[in-house]
Design a protein around this ligand. Sequence first.
Ligand code: ZN
Length: 215
Amino acid sequence: MLFIWGNGGGNTFEGTIGTCKCEVCDKEVPFDATIHYRYFHFWYLFSFLTSRKYVYECSNCHNGYTVEASEFKKKFPKNHIPFIRKTGWLVCLILIASSVALAFKSAGEHTNQLQTYLTTPAVNDLYVVDFRQIENSGFTKGNNAFGVMKLEKIRENGDYYFLISSHAYTKKRGVEKLLKDPTSIKFADKEDGMTFTKQQLQSLKDSKIILNVVR
Ligand SMILES: [Zn+2]
């Protein structure tokens, strides 16, 4: 990702304080009330002010003097610094807050969907499983942990019979990649399949051994 940041500056005209003698122009001229500001920006959008200088200056040659912020603000309480420069950090904050809210929402939806799939399993459902924690899975030793179980058959007594993938991966990511093309998953022989009751599936999910179900 390309990051762009930097500094910038600008002036705002806030009004006039009447005519004064300018030493440079050597005559009476209207004096402007001006704010000179600097800002830091990130992607031009997220920005905040780094300095403000309150100045009364000659409208002709811009020779002038700085005044206290409090004095300036008494005469010109509203400033005309662009909103995005003053409160661009707010944009950043809102974006962060909304992406966090979205992440929570989608995590919640994922949990609900997982629970629905577990409550009403369907043949060919694919389960992402941490096999190290399942006895007799054949993966209890070594680092390879994450694999797939496919619901092959719902038995007459209501138990669920699964085929076990012949490979497991060290990272959950490896399995997720595999699931993008489920036909590519190779399963071990039928004799090596495993049977679970609905209660067992629920407790495997509750102890985060079943991590995901893809239908
Ligand atoms: Zn002047």
